[in-house]
Design a protein around this ligand. Structure first.
Ligand code: ADP
Ligand code: MG
Ligand code: ZN
Length: 507
């Protein structure tokens, strides 16, 4: 376009000069025009969303995404609309204009959108919802128009006949209209809808919008109507297999030691998102570097999991008395955990990290979606184990159990709400707070008693073992289990075991 204009201008000037007209004013005019044009072009390039949407070819493809098999399959199916446009058109099928990816942060939604661009050989332009929201009314709408215009532009430039516009955090602009006092949001959203309504299959290049959010519940229903985001694809946290796959992808170019067991790591990282797993692999490599090691070992991965979960080791130096108390507390959690489910303790540490002075990492049994009352009770036992151990050893408690109590009462509350408590089936909205609180307190005090029974046989040994934990700072699950089994053997002989059922589980 620009080259063409320049060509015409030069031809015109030459022509005017040839027929004997004074070309000086015309030349001046052209120069001013050209200067303004270049300035505007520069401003547009830097304008709304800046560096993020470099139109470089993103070589990310679906093989770079671990897990998410279901989401990937659904997305590829949807994308075939773009890949086989001719056929779609000949059958008179309405074009697919928008795909909405929903799910928690860090699960690979952005990756999916980039892979989609590679898969369909489209230009890729991305922006985030928050970039459209400005103080000044009308700016957001203008930016939406810009994005679509630029998507078409860069597709043409790259010689592609389709473009993908990726809008991250769509909920920022796509929240229910009228829900906020600010009309800026409404105008931006309206503009987006207008752009999408105007898209045709016959247009070339064709534009597909992919949006991502973790709050699809607050989206304006107009966005989800047919002809707009009519495909919704759920991108969830990865399950164990998914995590293993992601770990394999993220460690592909890293020198792993032979002792590294990715399967074990994937089992221990329940609830991790893809982004957290990526960060885990990176941290493990950094720890190896600090340690001057040329290979990444399993132990580095273990430290890295702690770091991703709990934050960097803090420079805090608890007193020796405090360390001893923390050791007792964490051992309480650990014993409770092992009594509830054998082989559930991965390791125990009393090195302060993030906000915690110490913690026990558990190996989740399976990736479960449903819990029975017994399982929930057991989780409460584990949560209360720390405080109960403190009262067994010191006959008092500390502020260190605050989070544990919060967690325990949340679980108890879930029990009540799910009709698993003494008061039977309840309807959440008709349940008076007073009754709920009373029931939660009842559950907690019952289970506190049970926890006390579980830990009592270990009270004596706990005192000496806690000293050992203070000295070593961190104990591996297997070593802890050896100690626990020795205690159990001696306590069976010397004491009557308070709970025979526990014995069954533990053996
Ligand atoms: P989201 O957009 O869902 O918040 P991203 O796609 O931005 O997540 O993911 C952030 C980073 O986390 C990616 O760059 C990648 O390194 C890693 N990651 C996330 N999910 C996956 C996955 N499923 N497979 C491989 N890596 C992933
Ligand atoms: Mg993202
Ligand atoms: Zn605790």
């Amino acid at each position: 376009m620009r080259d063409w204009l320049i060509g015409v201008a030069v031809a015109l000037v030459v022509f005017l000069a040839v027929i004997g007209i004074n070309v000086l004013p015309v030349l001046l005019l052209l120069a001013v025009g050209f200067a303004i044009y270049t300035l505007m072009e520069r401003r547009q390039m830097m304008a709304p969303t800046g560096s993020k949407e470099a139109a470089v070819r993103h070589a990310i493809n679906f093989d770079h995404i671990g897990g998410q098999d279901h989401a990937k399959r659904e997305l590829m199916e949807a994308l075939d609309f773009l890949r086989y446009r001719e056929k779609i058109r000949s059958l008179g099928i309405r074009p697919l204009k928008g795909i909405l990816l929903t799910g928690p942060p860090g699960t690979g939604k952005t990756l999916m959108a980039k892979a989609a661009a590679t898969y369909t050989d489209s230009a890729f332009i991305s922006a985030s919802g928050s970039e459209f929201v400005e103080m000044y009314v009308g700016v957001g709408a203008q930016r939406v128009r810009d994005i679509f215009r630029r998507a078409r532009q860069s597709a043409r430039k790259e010689g592609k006949d389709s473009a993908i516009v990726f809008i991250d955090e769509i909920d920022v602009v796509g929240g229910k209209r009228g829900a906020h006092s600010h009309q800026e949001y409404d105008q931006t959203l309206n503009q987006l809808l207008t752009e999408m309504d105007g898209m045709q299959t016959t247009q070339s290049p064709m534009v597909l919008v992919i949006a991502a959010t973790n709050r699809s519940d607050i989206l304006d229903s107009a966005l989800l109507r047919p002809g707009r985001f009519d495909r919704q694809i759920r991108v969830d946290l990865p399950d164990k297999e998914g995590r293993l796959h992601i770990l394999r992808i993220q460690t592909k170019d890293k020198p792993l030691d032979e002792d590294v067991d990715l399967e074990h790591i994937s089992r221990e990282t329940y609830g991790f998102s893809g982004a957290q797993l990526e960060s885990l692999c990176n941290e493990a490599a950094i720890i190896a570097l600090r340690d001057n090691s040329s290979r990444i070992t399993q132990a580095y991965f273990r430290d890295a999991v702690d770091k991703v979960l709990m934050g960097e080791k803090t420079g805090r130096h608890p007193t020796n008395d405090e360390l001893y108390r923390v050791a007792v507390h964490e051992l309480g959690h650990a014993i409770a955990s092992e009594m509830m489910r054998s082989y559930s303790v991965s390791h125990i540490t009393i090195a302060p990290r993030g906000n915690a002075l110490g913690f026990v990492r558990q190996i989740p049994e399976t990736d479960g979606y449903l819990y029975t009352k017994e399982q929930l009770d057991q989780q409460i036992v584990v949560a209360l184990g720390g405080a109960v151990a403190e009262s067994l050893v010191f006959h008092n408690r500390s502020t260190g159990a605050q989070n544990d109590f919060l967690q325990a009462s949340r679980i108890a509350r879930t029990e009540v709400m799910c009709g698993l408590s003494r008061i039977g089936i309840v309807a959440e909205e008709h349940l008076p707070e007073g009754i709920l609180d009373e029931e939660v307190r009842f559950i907690l005090s019952e289970i506190e008693h049970r926890t006390h029974e579980e830990l009592l046989p270990f009270a004596e040994e706990l005192r000496t073992y806690a000293e050992y934990v203070v000295a070593t700072e961190s104990i591996d699950g297997d070593i802890f289990r050896d100690w626990l089994n020795r205690c159990k053997e001696s306590s069976v002989i010397t004491r009557e075991n308070p709970s025979s059922k526990v014995e069954q589980i533990a053996n």
